[in-house]
Design a protein around this ligand. Structure first.
Ligand code: ZN
Length: 378
C-alpha cells in the first residue's frame, strides 16, 4: 500500500505503518487527554471500582495517559491482525505484511486467487474474537489492581489505563463485526453467503452492504460533523469497491490463459523505423503500442506515450530503437491471464507481448482482458 513505512517484523511478518495511523495516534492522545475526567467517570461506572483521580489529573498526566492509551490501542490492533495471520498461516495462506491504517489493520495475504469460504470464516473471526479476549483480560486486570498496590493514586492511573484499553478493545471487537466489506464482519458475511451462491455473487453483495454502511457512516459523520466517521466512510467505500472488482476479475478469469485472450497476429515494427512512420501505423491499425522485432527476436516495445515525449520535428529522423523500452516483460501463451492483469496493474503498462519459443505470437492489452471479462459475465 502506498504511503506505508516498515517498522519491524513479528513472527517473520513485516509490520507496516500507514501515514494515516501516524496522524491518528497524536490526535487520539490529545482527544483522550482532554476528556480524561469524563472518561474516568465512565470507567468508574462500568467497572464499579473507586478511582483516585489525584495523579490522573495532575500536570501533564492527562496527555501522558492519552499517549499511553493511544499506543495501547495500537498494540491491540496489532494483536488483532496477528491473530488473523496466525489462523491464515495454519490454513496455508501466506502473509506478505500487516499494515496499520487509520481505522485498524489490514493484513496483506499473498494472492491465493479466490479465497476458500471455509478458510475465510475462521480467519475473519480470529481478529475480533482476539480483541474481545484482550478486552476481557484488561477488564480482569482492573479488579486486581486495588489488591496489588496500596497507593491509591497509582492504582487510579493503572485502573484508568486498563479500564480504557478494555473498553477500546471491546469497541474494536464490535466495530469489526459490522457486516461491511472489507471489515472482518463483511468477510464473515461473504463466507456465509458463499455457502449458498457462487463466490463472485457473494462478494458483490457483501461489497454492496459495505458501500451502504459507508454511505450511512458518511451521512452520520456529516450531520454530527465527526471527521473520524467521514474518514472511515471513505476508507470502507474505497475498500469495498476495490476488493469486489479484484475478486470479480479473479473469479471470472481463473481458467483463462493469455493465449486465448491475446490479439494475434500482431503488428510488429523494426527498430530502424522512424517515429513518424510509427505514428502512421498507429493511425491505420488503431493500436497504441507495438513489439519491436529484429531478426524474429523481440528486442523492445514502443508505445504512443514513448513517441509523444519526442518533439514533432525530431520524429522524422529519430528511430524506434532510440526510445523503445528494452527487454520488455513477456508472457508465454500458457500463462494465466490474471498474471498479465496483475503485471499491468503493478507496473502501470497497457500491453504485454506474448512470446513462444523466442517469437512474438501475439499481444495482450487491458482492453482485451476487459472484453474477455465482459464475455465471461454472461
Ligand atoms: Zn480484523
Amino acid at each position: 500500500m502506498k504511503g506505508s513505512y516498515r517498522i519491524g517484523r513479528i513472527f517473520g511478518i513485516p509490520i507496516l505503518i500507514h501515514y494515516t495511523f501516524l496522524i491518528v495516534i497524536p490526535l487520539l492522545a490529545w482527544i483522550i487527554g482532554s476528556q480524561i475526567s469524563l472518561t474516568t467517570d465512565t470507567i468508574r461506572g462500568i467497572f464499579q471500582v473507586p478511582i483516585d483521580t489525584s495523579l490522573i489529573t495532575a500536570g501533564f498526566m492527562p496527555w501522558i495517559l492519552g499517549t499511553v492509551v493511544a499506543l495501547g490501542l495500537f498494540l491491540g490492533v496489532l494483536v488483532h491482525e496477528i491473530a488473523h495471520c496466525i489462523i491464515a498461516r495454519q490454513n496455508g495462506v501466506k502473509i506478505q505484511s500487516i499494515t496499520l491504517l487509520i481505522f485498524g489493520g489490514v493484513s496483506q495475504m499473498e494472492d491465493v486467487g479466490v479465497p476458500d469460504p471455509k478458510v475465510e470464516l475462521p480467519m475473519a473471526l480470529a481478529g475480533p474474537l482476539t480483541s474481545l479476549l484482550v478486552g476481557i483480560v484488561c477488564g480482569g486486570i482492573v479488579f486486581f489492581i486495588p489488591e496489588m498496590t496500596t497507593d491509591t493514586a497509582t492504582a487510579g492511573v493503572l485502573i484508568l489505563i486498563f479500564g480504557y484499553l478494555s473498553f477500546l478493545n471491546v469497541i474494536l471487537f464490535a466495530f469489526n463485526l459490522i457486516p461491511a466489506f472489507p471489515m472482518d464482519g463483511g468477510r464473515v458475511l461473504r463466507a456465509e453467503l458463499a455457502k449458498r451462491m457462487p463466490l463472485h455473487k457473494a462478494t458483490r453483495i457483501a461489497a454492496n452492504v459495505g458501500k451502504a454502511f459507508a454511505i450511512i457512516f458518511g451521512i452520520v459523520g456529516l450531520i454530527f460533523f465527526n471527521p473520524f466517521l467521514i474518514l472511515i466512510a471513505l476508507f470502507v467505500y474505497i475498500g469495498a469497491s476495490s476488493e469486489s472488482t479484484m475478486d470479480q476479475f479473479t473469479y471470472l478469469l481463473h481458467d483463462v490463459t493469455v493465449g486465448t485472450t491475446m490479439s494475434s497476429p500482431v503488428t510488429v515494427v523494426a527498430p530502424t523505423l522512424t517515429l513518424a512512420k510509427v505514428i502512421e501505423m498507429m493511425l491505420i491499425s488503431k493500436h497504441l503500442g507495438f513489439p519491436v522485432v529484429e531478426q524474429d527476436k523481440l528486442v523492445g516495445m514502443i508505445t504512443l506515450v514513448d513517441v509523444n515525449r519526442i518533439p514533432q520535428i525530431d520524429r522524422e529522423t529519430m528511430q524506434v530503437r532510440n526510445i523503445m523500452t528494452h527487454d520488455p516483460i513477456t508472457l508465454p501463451p500458457s500463462a494465466p491471464v490474471m498474471d498479465a492483469f496483475r503485471i499491468m496493474s503493478a507496473r502501470n503498462i497497457g500491453r504485454i507481448p506474448i512470446v513462444q519459443e523466442g517469437r512474438v505470437v501475439g499481444i495482450v492489452t487491458r482492453t482485451d482482458i476487459l472484453k474477455v471479462t465482459e464475455l465471461k459475465k454472461i
